[in-house]
Design a binder for this molecule. Structure first.
Ligand code: ZN
Ligand code: ZN
Ligand code: ZN
Ligand code: ZN
Length: 512
């Protein structure tokens, strides 16, 4: 198979990947095994072999007598193993020559990833070379708190004799930096019966070369064997840079830029960041206090209205927005009433697709989903509200994450599920005709199909992969229901005729 990408480099992006051919949405661009994988720097104790959290007790590896590993039957075969033979021998020598105690490693579990990276130096020279070429922004880190933060890691690595012969301590800082700047979040193995997992960090040498843009053209997933797979999320033309979004697309520009500056040391100048309307979503804008209809957005330090053109005093509006931020922090985000009240109040201040509102709406849709699934007879009102929320969120996702997008797939799935539920409830109560029921089911089918087209690239054992399997089953069931209802219409001597004018017109707007 010919390579789908080429490595290029320029002043602005450093080394980056471009498409070596035209790529279609869903096409696999690359897959990558981690160069190193391990716990975060502020982690609690995990097994050195499989990264399962070690909650109360642990054993030490039989061979080296140093590495803490799973107690009882030991690590299950289900997960990849990370305590390599080379590492085990290295620990064994430490034990024999320096009397290193398992507690030393327990106390320094946050430095394990760095230790594993430095051990690669001796065992995999070629990969080590590539690792050393990654972006680190070392000069900027030298002046920041992060340098002192990693002082313990430097001391730990030194104490293991890995920096002997006058080797530069900066090497450890450089490793810390390369990991911080280039790694991906990886879900660790879930604790059996509890399900929660440690968030790990994985460094992937090829994927590390993906340049950032706040509107990505790729979709990245990591399977339960820790393999990273990158797919095109939309059409990519030959020669176009391949972009991954390192930040949360559902946050406003100032938050995204802050995140990129702190974590990745650069100021993003992508199309979205350079546009005060954030591609027409007005995701960081407020309602103009003067004309009350336009949206004011921040241009440099000035807040200016897109409708009346007037400026608003920054301190006034920024204070109001800050109040909305703080209010969202303190309300009960699992409570329907709290969220509804928040949305009602904030809609008077912020633009309708402001990221705070989207956040509250997503949470509310989640709360409603749980209520609808839990209650034996959920009301039509609840279902309609959930449908409305999904419909409000989707167009924004369409702009900010064009093509394949995980949140979009889940939202479409939820929209389909509630559409089916509501239509069924109304049909059973004879509130709608067979033909209208069919119309609604066809709308739901369309959403479900789009959701499936995106979920199908998710790894089988991830939560999204499981949702894909469930969605596929529901797709089959939906097809059967449709056939049955149409048969029922024919049995009455009628024919099915589409009654809905447009899927965007919600049917039956009357209240319960
Ligand atoms: Zn284990
Ligand atoms: Zn061992
Ligand atoms: Zn950007
Ligand atoms: Zn105005």
């Amino acid at each position: 198979m010919s390579l789908k990408y080429e490595v290029k480099s320029n002043e602005k992006l450093g080394r980056y990947l471009v498409a070596a051919k035209d790529l279609k949405p869903g096409e696999r661009i690359l897959s990558d095994q981690p160069f190193v994988l391990g716990p975060n720097s502020d982690t609690s104790l995990v097994c050195f072999n499989c990264y399962l959290p070690l909650i109360s007790k642990f054993l030490v590896c039989k061979n080296c007598a140093v590495a803490p590993i799973c107690p009882g039957e030991g690590c299950t075969d289900q997960f990849a193993k990370w305590h390599s033979q080379q590492e085990c021998n290295f620990f064994r020598n430490l034990k024999l020559n320096k009397g290193t105690n398992p507690m030393t490693l327990v106390q320094n579990v946050g430095s394990l990833l760095v230790l594993r990276a430095i051990l690669k130096r001796d065992f995999n020279h070629q990969e080590w070379q590539l690792f050393m070429e990654l972006e680190t922004h070392l000069d900027r880190r030298r002046e920041s708190d992060v340098w002192d933060f990693y002082d313990n890691t430097v001391k730990f690595i030194q104490s293991l004799g890995l920096l002997e012969n006058g080797q530069n301590k900066d090497l450890v800082q450089k490793i810390c930096a390369a990991i911080d700047v280039n790694s991906f979040e990886v879900r660790g193995p879930p604790i059996p019966a509890i399900g929660c997992a440690e968030v790990l960090r994985g460094l992937y040498l090829r994927a590390a070369l993906l340049a950032h843009d706040c509107i990505a053209n790729t979709h990245v997933s990591i399977n339960d064997r820790n393999e990273l797979v990158c797919h095109a999320s939309c059409d990519i033309k030959r020669g176009d840079p391949i972009y991954y979004n390192y930040t949360d697309p559902l946050k406003g520009t100032s938050l995204r830029q802050q995140h990129l500056m702190i974590g990745k040391y650069f100021k993003c100048t992508c199309a979205r960041c350079s546009d005060i309307t954030e591609l027409g979503t007005y995701m960081s804008s407020a309602i103009c206090p003067q004309c009350k209809t336009g949206y004011i957005s921040k241009n440099a330090s000035v807040w200016i209205c897109n409708s009346c053109g007037k400026e608003t005093e920054p301190s006034v509006i920024e204070h109001k927005i800050q109040c909305c931020v703080e209010k969202l922090e303190v309300i009960n985000k699992k409570d329907e009433k709290d969220l509804e009240e928040y949305i009602r109040n904030v809609l008077l201040v912020l633009a309708p697709n402001h990221y705070l509102l989207l956040d509250a709406k997503q949470r509310l849709a989640g709360v409603l989903r749980d209520t609808i699934n839990r209650e034996p007879r959920p009301t039509k009102k609840l279902m309609r509200r959930k449908i409305e929320l999904c419909r409000e969120i989707l167009p924004v996702l369409e702009v900010l994450s064009p093509g394949i997008c995980r949140t979009k797939a889940i939202t479409l799935y939820e929209l389909h599920a509630t559409t089916v539920q509501l239509a069924k409830k109304m049909f059973d109560a004879r509130e709608i005709s067979g033909s209208t029921f069919v119309d609604e089911l066809l709308i739901a089918e369309k959403h479900l199909k789009r959701s499936l087209e995106m979920l199908v690239i998710e790894p089988g054992n991830s939560p999204e992969g499981e949702l894909c399997a469930k969605a596929l089953e529901e797709y089959r069931a939906l097809k059967l229901t449709l056939a049955k209802v149409i048969d029922g219409i024919h049995a009455q001597g009628k024919t099915y005729e589409s009654e809905s004018v447009s899927e965007n017109v919600p049917l039956h707007p009357e209240v319960d």
